[in-house]
Design a protein around this ligand. Structure first.
Ligand SMILES: [Zn+2]
Length: 218
């Protein structure tokens, strides 16, 4: 069993100068952390907790709407052609309908994307997920060890499914394990929205995972 004086990964001796506490509450040596991600040790020293909130991305929201309208246009264009309309007539009518429909939906999409938020905080081994979906606010607080993680589509987080279906940028997903199917599906939380925060989340979660295995294997 690793003690307070040992690095949770290499079990090397920790000193005041090389010890770094990560957000899982474990201590690591600076060398192990730097090997995982250069700058992680400094980042951990300057952030007592790892926290991120999903960002507003109007560009992505608009792109998603555009992709959706393109799909609708293609389907109705073909329907009109099958109904005997000329390509020019079909394009004009369907184009106009898509323009009006898109114009009505765009503000709604922007509003939804600003309103629905996911905030994840990890501090001393505990994960707190705060989520707002329209008027519903939820908070989940669980030990870090109760989560699995993966890289995937942000839309798997229920607060993000309306805003970022396209393009399929990948983020870090925390998933509650040892729960029933429906709870597992509901309790997926997205983080790592920028390349920098994604690198930090991945490096941290890998360290925490490996440290758990180091402890268990002893
Ligand atoms: Zn180490």
């Amino acid at each position: 069993m690793a003690t307070y004086d040992e690095c949770s990964l290499c079990t090397g001796l920790l000193t005041d100068s090389n010890a770094v506490r990560l957000w899982d509450g474990r201590d690591y040596c600076e060398r192990c952390l730097e090997a995982r991600l250069p700058g992680l040790a400094d980042y951990a020293r300057s952030h007592s907790r790892l926290e991120e909130t999903s960002a507003d991305e109007p560009g992505r929201v608009a792109m998603r709407l555009l992709a959706m309208e393109a799909g609708i246009f293609a389907i109705f264009f073909l329907v009109f052609l099958a109904g005997g309309a000329s390509p020019a007539e079909a394009a004009l009518v369907v184009g106009l309908l898509c323009f009006v429909q898109g114009g009505i939906q765009l503000p709604m999409f922007f509003w939804t994307s600003r309103r629905n938020k996911t905030t994840i905080v990890v501090e001393n081994g505990t994960v707190t997920c705060r989520r707002r979906i329209m008027h519903i606010r939820e908070t989940f607080e669980l030990p870090l060890g109760d989560f699995n993680w993966t890289i995937g589509r942000p839309s798997r987080d229920m607060a993000q499914q309306h805003a970022r279906l396209w393009p399929f940028g990948k983020v870090v997903l925390l998933k509650q394990r040892n729960a029933s199917f429906w709870v597992r599906r509901a309790q997926i939380f997205a983080c790592g929205w920028t390349e920098e925060t994604k690198r930090v989340w991945v490096a941290f979660l890998q360290c925490a995972q490996d440290a758990r295995h180091t402890v268990h294997s002893e």
